[in-house]
Design a protein around this ligand. Structure first.
Ligand code: F6P
Length: 319
């Protein structure tokens, strides 16, 4: 019987649980055994590995977080860490591994593939920072959470005639800011990929205020700078009272939305289908609404591009 291991790694993302469910149930349905690895690569190294069955994943399709637990393991990135991880897979006779995670986690998976393990990576990251796939699981729930929060912030901002800087997650990737900014009707987004044009933002705020607009919302990705400094500079330039809200970790939690549940179920199922056909060293992704599979090294080499076209739409309709 084939033995498939599964782990979740890096920052958790809503959709990890439905994806674990899809992997476990598909594997059992196809006659394989599944082993859940606790706390990502850290748990793999420590041998925290248990067999799972159909019931292990009951009632988790709607739950945020990950029942397997996760970690960011510096030790796994060392030669010794990877050697011990592979050794542990051998001890449990696991030759196939499904890794759920973002950029760092899938890079870790590709390292294991180079050392002979049949690995398939599934993109799970609220940041949506993987270049090879249009979207990562977790992203749509995160931007829904952010968009709902901005609607509430907008109410109070409007009542007081203020401006508001909302800081969202994204150290290197501004997608959360960009997409939630468009969905929430924000006036500007500030992202790590592009230089800030504070004068344009201030000029827009002054012009729209004169016309009667009572709020001005700026969404700033955490990696783009200091949101409190930005708010101060903006207030000085515009004379509009400006407040700051840092949304923080609430963006990572919560019930996965429909899109993430669907992507998680389909990608989890595909990953097992491919891994049982002896595909090793691959990553699953989505392009133009179709699920595809790509060599994991090639996938990891694709640079994430910022969508200026979407930012242009935001600018054009937030006047
Ligand atoms: O999951 C990605 C991310 O949310 C980043 O946007 C953020 O900077 C980071 O994780 C923080 O995660 P932690 O504090 O758990 O390492």
């Amino acid at each position: 019987m084939e033995r498939i291991g599964i782990l979740t790694s890096g920052g958790d993302a809503p959709g990890m649980n439905p994806c674990i469910r899809a992997v476990v149930r598909t594997a059992i349905d196809q006659g394989a055994e599944v082993f859940g690895i606790e706390s990502g690569y850290e748990g793999l190294i420590d041998g925290k590995i248990d067999q799972m069955n159909e019931s292990s994943v009951a009632n988790i399709i709607y739950r945020g977080g990950t029942i397997l637990g996760t970690s960011r393991s510096d030790f796994f990135m060392t030669e010794e860490g990877k050697r011990r991880a592979i050794n542990m897979l051998e001890v449990f006779s696991i030759s196939k591994l499904v890794v759920l995670g973002g950029d760092g986690s899938l890079k870790g998976a590709s390292e294991l593939a180079k050392r002979g393990i049949d690995v398939i990576g599934i993109p799970l990251s609220i940041d949506n920072d993987l270049g090879y796939t249009d979207f990562s699981i977790g992203f749509f729930t995160a931007i829904e959470t952010v968009t709902n929060a901005i609607s509430k912030i907008r109410d109070t901002t409007e009542s007081h005639g203020r401006a508001h800087v909302v800081e969202v997650m994204g150290r290197e990737c501004g997608d959360i800011a960009l997409y939630s900014g468009l969905a929430a009707g924000a006036e500007s987004v500030v992202v790590p990929e592009r230089k800030i044009d504070l004068n344009r933002m201030a000029e827009l705020a002054i012009r729209t205020k004169r016309r009667g607009k009572k709020h001005h919302i700026i969404i700033m990705a955490e990696g783009a700078g200091n949101s409190f400094e930005l708010a101060e500079e903006f207030e000085n330039l515009t004379d509009i009272e400006t407040r700051v809200t840092v949304l923080g970790y609430l963006q990572r939690g919560g019930e996965p939305n429909i899109v993430d549940r669907l992507m998680a179920s389909m990608m989890g199922n595909k990953a097992v289908e491919f891994i049982l056909k002896n595909y090793g060293g691959y990553a699953i992704g989505t392009k133009n609404n179709e699920i595809f599979i790509s060599d994991i090294d090639e996938a990891m080499g694709v640079k994430k591009e910022f969508r200026d076209d979407i930012n242009d739409i935001l600018k054009s309709i937030s006047i």
